[in-house]
Design a protein around this ligand. Structure first.
Ligand code: C2E
Ligand code: CA
Ligand code: CA
Length: 425
């Protein structure tokens, strides 16, 4: 069924586009054969790197060969179209599902006599039912699944559309849509998780963590933060949190309590905004909170465009007496260079470096030791997060880290419970 007649921007890659794909679905519905087919939307992983390495013309050839190989696997009865760039859609006979999955997982593609290049794809698949769908439904289903596959960890390179996915998507839309109202209704609450000095077991600080109390339920940040990170909502939420923290600090100081430094999480989205520093200072100063009581937690990144903005923000905070910490250190892309370049005060080591956690292995134990040593050599405060057991606590002390945060001491606590720990001077 493949038809290469429609023009496309790359020479040598004449292939149909979206209209053709949608028309084919209409045709199959009309002749009553749609239930025999599956639909797939896929994206070639890191294809821009292939283009950069081989040049555009060779990149196009590789793409062509990858598609030709796929077409062979899918037999005569299929449709393959390009949405643009490295995004494609396909209709395939259900009996070819395994071949399709196996192929998209990755193939060595011939470039010339000396070279091959490995091409793989992430994909969303919808096994189309006999009735009850139209072309838009199919397109929506594969797009939703493909998006989920692209976001997922490498293992889930293929995601099937099902009602669970649809429910997840609807929940995300709901969370997104009610944000403004929820913020106005003050549904977001600050919880404080104590940080403990392991030399004297005294409270030395706390991290402000967000909880959303919505329709009588507490929604965890794991559910709503990733949704808000997709838009500017996260920035409003972070500033709202900072403001609540400043209000609490002001009240505690006025009540004559002995306060500790409170850290507030700041999403990486703020880095794109030149005004982030002045916004932070404006909020802190509005409540007349001494800067030494505020710490800003940022997650590490190696992305070049963020590197300068991180440096600028952390330096600006430091110049104004506000500490910054590297959050989740050791996950994702740790950059030792970044530690050197910006005036961080605190390194927060991720809990995956502790035994009995999912990602832990022997190598991490030795890394933990050396990370702590680097941190103290470089003059950072060092804290390990997610400490749950006495064994873990002993381990980090043995490695010369004397600050910890975790369930072993306290879960994140509501304000009234946390403030009981702040004694009067
Ligand atoms: P995070 O910044 O790494 O925060 C630490 C997380 O570890 C918190 O999860 C905390 O409850 C959890 N935790 C603390 N001790 C333990 C322990 O002993 N064991 C285990 N298993 N977990 C422990 P939480 O509160 O669910 O927050 C999850 C993430 O959501 C945070 O990770 C942070 O990235 C994000 N988040 C939370 N509040 C905010 C916020 O106001 N703004 C932004 N931008 N992100 C936030
Ligand atoms: Ca944090
Ligand atoms: Ca963390």
């Amino acid at each position: 069924m493949i038809d290469y007649t429609v023009n496309n921007e790359d020479e040598g890659l004449e292939i149909n586009g979206l209209d053709y794909f949608l028309n084919c679905i209409d045709d199959l519905i009309e002749i009553g054969e749609i239930g025999l087919f599956g639909a797939c939307r896929f994206n070639l992983k890191n294809f821009s790197v292939v283009n950069d390495q081989l040049g555009r013309a060779n990149g196009t050839k590789v793409m062509r060969r990858f598609l030709d190989g796929l077409a062979l696997k899918l037999g005569v009865d299929h449709v393959l179209c390009r949405l643009g760039g490295d995004n494609f859609v396909a209709l395939f006979h259900k009996s070819c599902l395994d071949e399709l999955r196996y192929y998209l997982k990755g193939q060595d593609i011939y470039v010339n006599e000396e070279e091959t290049v490995y091409v793989s794809a992430s994909a969303g698949i919808f096994m189309i039912p006999e009735s009850g769908v139209d072309k838009y439904y199919v397109m929506e289903a594969i797009s939703m699944a493909a998006k989920s596959a692209k976001d997922a960890v490498a293992m889930d390179y293929i995601v099937f559309y099902d009602h669970g996915l649809q429910a997840k998507d609807e929940r995300e839309k709901y969370i997104h849509n009610v944000f403004a109202q929820a913020l106005e209704n003050r549904e977001f609450k600050v919880y404080y998780q104590p940080k403990v000095n392991l030399k004297n077991y005294m409270l030395t600080g706390a991290e402000a963590l967000c909880r959303w109390v919505h329709n009588g339920e507490v929604v965890s940040p794991g559910e709503f933060i990733p949704v808000y990170e997709k838009s500017q909502a996260i920035c409003k939420l972070d500033f709202y949190m900072l403001e609540q923290v400043c209000k609490d600090l002001r009240r505690w100081i006025d009540e004559g309590r002995q306060v500790v430094r409170i850290s507030v999480n700041l999403s990486r989205r703020h880095l794109r905004n030149q005004k982030t520093l002045s916004n932070i200072l404006e909020i802190v100063d509005r409540y007349n909170v001494p800067h030494e009581y505020i710490e800003i937690e940022l997650t590490e990144t190696t992305m070049d465009q963020n590197f300068d903005s991180i440096k600028r923000l952390v330096t600006g905070l430091k110049n104004n007496g506000i500490a910054s910490s590297v959050d989740d250190f050791g996950t994702g892309y740790s950059s030792l260079n970044m530690l050197r370049e910006a005036p961080w005060e605190v390194l927060k080591i991720d809990r995956s470096y502790l035994p009995d956690t999912k990602k832990y292995d022997e190598k991490r134990q030795s890394m933990l030791k050396h990370i702590i040593a680097i941190a103290s050599d470089m003059g950072f405060e060092c804290i390990v997060e997610g400490v749950e057991t006495l064994e873990q606590l002993k381990l980090i002390k043995r490695n010369n880290c004397f600050m910890a945060q975790g369930y072993y001491f306290d879960r994140p606590l509501p304000v009234w419970e946390f403030e009981e720990k702040l004694t009067y001077e």
